[in-house]
Design a binder for this molecule. Structure first.
Ligand code: MEZ
Length: 553
């Protein structure tokens, strides 16, 4: 097993006992800053300003995102919106934030439609492994939680949003528990709390290493029992407005029927999640296949400002080998439980609980300077010495606490309790997003937003476990705000889109990109499923003289 890395594995094993009790090497602040500036992908100049929209000429965006923000709509030219579904609240996004908003609206008397690009629950929520933060420990408090997250976010967090997140933590855990989430408990029946990078006391609740999956399981089941109308496989193509500045619904593409559906809504909650599948700078990602930043593009065209999108989170421990797992998350909780980061020479080169951005930069530096391990597929990673956990905490600890990790690696004959695994940073989280106020209102009336699609809360570096809390706290809060402020029904027009398109025309040049992207290229998924495309192809080809498609067997 991993014969190709034999020499380096021997060095790692030889240094293991000595490393066991040695303190982890800590970079001082000057070293940390130098690592970030030289090696972290956010600092390498792969960004630019955009020429259209509310952020034009201001802050920079990753190149891949900038192109989409300047892109044109995929709607057929001349499309005229005409409401086919009328609802009070339209939620776009079927992950944790959208499902939480739907549950909060239940019993309000309002009609609610939830549209999701794939199936209910297909989202980054299910990919979250290590846990959810909440100040529940004896020595903890929301103030302490706030202070930790503010330092971690480089002080760029929106203080109001962060205060709400931390204050609502304990109540959110109660709400999730009452819905049925089974968080790990100690023998005395109290919640088991772990540390995470940047937490000054243990504060992370978990369901082993599949916390997001457990939370989504419960939310999904609960939403299916409500009166929410769930529109699965309905892709949000564009938002519509009343011609007087207010968002009044959306145009969806029903992938099964192969046609657009215009929904008129009194309020729209955008909960479309992140954008890791844009695979910035060619990085692998831990994100769900649907995470292509659609909500950012749609909101931007309506006039919503975006914030902190020059900042993405590269999770330090993405799997680097085997190739089939490349980019998948290896939870930070493994590092907080005792696994060390070790280079090809067997050297424990940095504290594995350093802030994620610094640790990711340090791993990239280590590989760039020739102290990484090359896989047979040409990738270069560093070791995560997982057998350390059982050495430190007793045999069987790794398997008991991280069954998901064992399950994924044993398929490839790797037992992480017996041998280290190779890791490399993976594109994990969109730190920035749509500007919202403390009520989840965007810059444009009628449009609320919650969860990963929003920016400000986490500053420029989110701490582990604050995203699952974010979707719970702000999913609920967005719905509560809608309940207090819901407008009357308005007309459905494309006034905002047309204004954006006119501005775009002035850019000149040939900007042909259509956006949102909807699906990553590598997935080969299309807006229209193959069956619909085939039917349309047959229809249109019945009258022409094209030769038969040789691939059509
Ligand atoms: O919040 C996260 O990003 C998280 C819990 C990730 C992890 O390492 O498990």
């Amino acid at each position: 097993m991993m014969e190709w890395a034999k020499e380096s594995l021997e060095k790692l094993k030889a240094s293991r006992l000595a490393r066991l009790d040695q303190p982890a090497p800590q970079p001082d602040s000057a070293q940390a800053e130098a690592i970030l500036k030289q090696y972290h992908p956010d600092y390498l100049g792969h960004e630019r300003k955009v020429a259209v929209g509310p952020n034009a000429g201001e802050q920079e965006f990753p190149l891949e995102l900038a192109q989409l923000l300047e892109g044109d709509s995929s709607l057929e030219p001349g499309y005229l919106p005409k409401a086919e579904i009328e609802t009070d609240v339209l939620i776009l996004g079927g992950g944790g934030a959208g499902a939480t908003a739907a549950l909060t609206l239940e019993g309000s008397g309002l009609s609610v439609h939830l549209a999701t690009k794939l199936r209910l629950g297909d989202s980054n929520t299910v990919m979250a492994e290590g846990g959810i933060q909440s100040a529940l420990g004896d020595d903890d408090s929301p103030r302490r939680h706030f202070a930790d997250a503010l330092v971690g976010g480089h002080g760029d967090n929106d203080p109001d949003l962060l205060r709400i997140l931390c204050e609502q933590g304990p109540e959110s855990i109660r709400w999730l528990s009452q819905l049925g989430c089974l968080f790990d408990q100690n023998e005395d029946g109290r919640f088991s709390l772990r540390g995470g990078g940047g937490t000054s006391v243990p504060r992370v609740l978990a369901c082993r290493d599949y916390t997001g999956l457990e939370i989504m399981r419960v939310l999904k089941d609960a939403v299916r029992l409500t009166g929410t109308h769930i529109l699965e496989e309905h892709v949000a193509m564009e938002l519509v407005d009343d011609g007087k500045g207010r968002v009044t619904g959306a145009i969806l593409f029903d992938r099964n029927a192969g046609k657009t559906v215009c929904v008129s809504a009194r309020a729209v909650i955008l909960a479309t999640g992140g954008s890791g599948q844009l695979r910035l700078q060619g990085f692998p990602t831990s994100n769900h296949v649907g995470a292509t930043g659609d909500g950012l593009v749609l909101a931007y065209r309506q006039g919503c400002r975006l914030i902190h999108l020059d900042s993405y989170q590269y999770h330090p421990s993405g799997a680097c080998y085997p190739e089939a797992l490349a980019g998948q998350l290896v939870t930070e909780a493994i590092r907080s439980t005792g696994a060390q980061v070790v280079n090809a020479e067997g050297v424990h080169f940095i504290d594995e609980m350093a802030y994620r951005d610094v640790l990711a930069g340090a791993i990239i530096k280590e590989t760039a300077e020739g102290r990484g391990v090359k896989t047979p597929h040409g990738k270069i990673g560093i070791w995560l010495d997982t057998p350390m956990i059982d050495l430190k905490k007793g045999a069987g600890t790794l398997a008991r606490q991280f069954p998901g990790l064992i399950h994924r690696f044993e398929r490839y004959n790797i037992d992480p309790a017996m041998q280290p695994i190779l890791i490399y940073p993976t594109l994990h989280y969109q730190n920035g997003g749509i500007c919202i106020d403390s009520e989840c209102r965007t810059d444009v009336a009628g449009l609320w937003a919650c969860g990963e699609v929003t920016g400000g809360l986490h500053g420029k570096n989110r701490l582990m476990g604050n995203s699952l809390l974010d979707i719970t706290v702000f999913g609920r809060r967005s719905a509560e705000s809608v309940l207090r402020n819901i407008p009357e029904r308005g007309a459905v027009t494309l006034t905002h889109l047309k204004r954006f398109q006119a501005e775009r025309e002035k850019m000149g040049g040939s900007h042909k990109t259509l956006s949102p992207k909807f699906f990553p290229d590598a997935s080969k998924m299309k807006l229209k499923p193959a069956s619909v495309e085939k039917k349309q192809e047959e229809k249109s080809s019945s009258n022409n003289f094209e030769p038969p498609n040789p691939f059509n067997f």
